[in-house]
Design a protein around this ligand. Structure first.
Ligand SMILES: Cc1ncc(COP(=O)(O)O)c(C=O)c1O
Length: 379
């Protein structure tokens, strides 16, 4: 892993085991590896064209076909822009659909680039905090509709949710849809984790809730999280109506979003077309690791709270019962030599939380849990 040169494995010195940034430690799906290797073997790195069309159109078609097949959600490929990555798409959408000083609602805890996208572009983050309940974290609409100054014009919705792993139910999504229509909000729906769902659950694309919802929703998706290829840079930005797309391109020309490379495009097509068998095996392993981590924490480290994630390979661990005198991420980095994502990067109030990435092998999970156990004992 260290030889690959990745953000996850190279950020800390070799004595530290990393389980922070959302990268998976598995080998690539063979069809994806072959797609990239074939391009290289053929030296096919000119300006690409496929059947007389720019190849990103094939990604738009494949996305539409996939959404229809998996969710019965009809998608117009002509309302889809293929961009390089989701964080770029979030900055772009916030810039195009709001003005400086306006409010952008963000669920808390939040994947850190969401708040960065709002603050870096001079917008105002309107926090929509989660409440823990018996079924996991939830977001009370009452907390979103409180009159914020400035009022939110746009909502960044992360579903499935990073870092809590919560999937909103159809009832919750319908109530939210009703709220956004009544308050005339634009929704940027980040659904990058849509494939990684457990216990036979089914993801529901927010824009599929109806035409009134679709026409105000930008859906963000890619194959990069599910197939472990974020370095290949290829993502989809789907606008739920032509008018919404035109509103966006009137402010930001798509050229400014760059273009995905042919390697990212071919890898995405191969993943969606031929990667299901690989993905099913990975998902089964991830579900097993989720259950294993939960069982070990419950039995041996009960001071650490966890609502088991319904989706994503991320676990949001509540260490507040440990009574630490410093942020939990810092404690485990120094005393266990394990690098988690620090809770305070998701919410300034969450310094007693850490986010664990369990997309790794069982021996590494065991080593991580072992180091945690020892650090807690020697406290
Ligand atoms: C919710 C969410 N959105 C976006 C991203 C990053 O996507 P990209 O690499 O395409 O910018 C991540 C990565 O972990 C994520 O969890």
């Amino acid at each position: 892993m260290r030889r690959r040169g990745s953000l996850k494995w190279d950020r800390y010195d070799p004595s530290v085991l990393p389980c922070w940034v959302a990268e998976m430690d598995f080998d690539m799906a063979e069809p994806v590896r072959r797609a990239v290797a074939d391009l290289s073997a053929a030296g096919a790195f000119q300006y690409p064209l496929r059947g007389g069309r720019p190849p990103d159109r094939l990604v738009a078609d494949a996305f539409a076909e996939r959404m229809e097949r998996r969710y019965g959600w009809p998608v117009d490929p002509d309302c889809t822009l293929v961009v390089t990555d989701l964080v770029q798409a979030i900055y772009a959408a916030v810039t195009a659909f709001t003005r400086k000083g306006e409010g952008v609602a963000v669920q808390l805890p939040a994947y850190p680039p969401f708040r960065a996208a709002v603050e870096d572009t001079g917008r105002h983050a309107v926090a929509w905090p989660a409440d823990p309940g018996p079924g996991g974290y939830g977001w009370d609409l009452g907390r979103l509709s409180q009159d914020s100054r400035p009022a939110a014009k746009l909502l960044i919705l992360c579903n499935p949710h990073n870092p809590t792993g919560r999937m909103l139910s159809r009832t919750e999504l319908a109530a939210l849809a009703d709220h956004v229509v009544r308050n005339d909000l634009i929704v940027v729906a980040d659904e990058i984790h849509a494939d990684i769902v457990y216990d036979g659950r089914a993801h529901i694309p927010f824009a599929s809730l109806g035409p009134e919802v679709a026409r105000r929703t930008v859906t963000l998706h890619s194959a990069t999280k599910s197939f472990g290829i974020p370095g290949l840079r290829c993502a989809v930005m789907h606008f739920g109506s032509r008018a919404l797309l035109e509103r966006f391109t009137a402010v930001l020309h798509p050229r400014l979003l760059g273009q995905s490379s042919i390697a990212g495009i071919e890898a995405t097509l191969a993943a969606w077309r031929d990667g299901q068998e690989w993905f099913d095996a990975v998902l089964a392993h991830l579900q097993g690791m989720r259950d294993y981590v939960r069982a070990v924490l419950r039995a041996e480290m009960p001071e650490i709270g966890l609502h088991p994630p319904q989706a994503t390979y991320l676990a949001w661990l509540d260490c507040s019962a440990m009574g630490l005198d410093r942020p939990a991420g810092e404690f485990f980095l120094h005393h266990a030599k394990v690098a988690f994502s620090a809770g305070e990067t998701f919410d300034p109030q969450a310094s007693q939380f850490i986010r664990m990435n369990f997309a790794t092998s069982k021996p590494l999970i065991d080593e991580i849990l072992d180091r945690m156990r020892q650090a807690m004992r020697s406290r």
